[in-house]
Design a protein around this ligand. Structure first.
Ligand SMILES: Nc1ncnc2c1ncn2[C@@H]1O[C@H](COP(=O)(O)OP(=O)(O)OP(=O)(O)O)[C@@H](O)[C@H]1O
Length: 377
């Protein structure tokens, strides 16, 4: 089962991992509603991609096309250089070596855990005898960190996290090359969710299986995947490493979807934006003049010698961190540039609840660079 990425030697002499999944120009409509509008997605063998996006943006539809449950209206899908969907081509789902784990696990309720998993084994071709099946089930349960004794239980006798592990074991039984996880952790409570996600991630990366995870959870996407693809209105609006999509979002909506964002009006000249938080360097700006400037809240630090002043409006205590809303002073003038903004209320976080009380004046310092977007509207 353990399959390691097959490297390719390029003409430049560098070893590069092979592409496993290549989707080009995928479109799909249901009736008059166009749900996917030309989606391109490429994945390296053994890598993990998280697809994030608002409800109804087309994430599950994309997974279903890749799995082979539905056929694209236009575009094509290649798995390991073999076209599996495209004009005149439709390789059926069971011949694509893909495992699918749904949000609720979708276990058969009337079958035991072992029978659920052996259903997956039969799907793999029924090559093993009864003893072989027992050994395989035991190995799969072990792989997903469940005791062998659980094989006799029925799904309703398991916790949500255990059910998801069984669903993963059933999918792994087919020895897939690609696993599609459609919000598999969303029904779990916070602690179980983190533990199950870690366990599933470890199993998949150990087995070298190329993985797509659909999720609504930004933290899950950023921590689980090598690549994050942001879907909106049937299109992938940005694809990149977790670091690049978080720190350099392609637009304001993507920025706000991937985490908390402080967005202020600013005047951008060259690579310096001037706003209520002072002069802030901007990386590779694609616009000039009046812009929306985005910073992540953790870039705004409360420090005694910070050059920017603000007054605490209110605070909300969350234990390890406190959300502090701060009203900024008018924007300072930077010589030769116009000032914009002033008086905005921003929201940042601080570990020390005693640091900020309503009415207190605080000094702030900005760390790192901002990202500039065209002004909305
Ligand atoms: N089989 C179908 N028939 C008709 N409409 C469909 C079908 N499947 C999906 N849709 C519609 O396509 C749109 C996108 O659905 P999809 O499930 O792909 O979105 P999603 O991004 O996965 O949403 P969510 O995060 O809520 O699961 C929705 O408006 C949905 O109603």
């Amino acid at each position: 089962m353990t399959e390691v990425s097959t490297p390719l030697c390029t003409f430049s002499g560098h070893w590069e991992p092979a592409t496993y999944l290549q989707a080009r120009g995928l479109s799909k409509s249901f009736g008059s509603q166009q749900v996917l509008k030309g989606v391109d997605l490429s994945m390296v063998e053994g890598s993990t991609t998280a697809i994030v996006g608002p409800s109804g943006s087309g994430k599950t539809t994309l997974l279903r096309l890749i799995a082979g449950f539905q056929q694209p209206d236009a575009g094509m899908i290649e798995l390991k250089d073999k076209v599996v969907a495209g004009p005149g081509v439709r390789v059926p789902a069971h011949k694509r070596a893909i495992g699918y784990v749904a949000q609720d696990g979708a276990l058969f309720p009337h079958l035991t855990v072992a029978q659920n998993i052996s259903f997956g084994l039969k799907g793999a071709g029924g090559r093993v005898g009864r003893r072989g099946i027992e050994l395989k089930i035991a190995a799969l349960l072990d792989m997903v960190s469940l005791p062998a004794g659980m094989g006799g239980r029925r799904p309703h006798e398991l916790s949500g996290g255990q059910q998801q592990r069984v669903a993963l074991a059933r999918a792994l039984a087919r020895e897939p090359k690609l696993i599609l996880l459609d919000e598999p952790f969303s029904a779990l409570d916070a602690g179980l969710r983190v533990a199950t996600r870690k366990a599933v991630g470890d199993v998949l990366s150990e087995a070298g299986i190329t993985t797509i995870l659909v999720t609504h959870d930004q933290g899950e996407a950023l921590s689980f995947a090598d690549q994050v693809a942001v879907m909106r209105d049937g299109k992938l609006v940005q694809t990149g490493t977790p670091f690049s999509v978080y720190t350099m979002p392609s637009d304001r909506e993507a920025a706000e979807f991937l985490g908390d964002a402080v967005v202020l009006e600013a005047m951008l000249e060259g690579t310096l934006a001037t706003c209520s938080l002072g002069g802030i360097p901007v990386r590779k700006p694609s616009v000039q003049g009046r812009v929306s400037l985005m910073l992540r809240p953790e870039q705004i630090r409360i420090t005694a010698d910070g050059p920017i002043k603000g007054v605490v409006v209110d605070t909300v205590y969350f234990g390890p961190e406190t959300t502090v809303r701060i009203k900024l002073q008018p924007a300072p003038r930077v010589s030769g540039t116009a000032s914009v903004g002033g008086g905005e209320i921003i929201s940042i976080k601080h570990w020390n609840a005693a640091m900020a009380r309503p009415g207190m004046e605080l000094n702030l310092r900005i760390i790192g660079e901002g990202v500039a977007f065209p002004l909305a509207g």
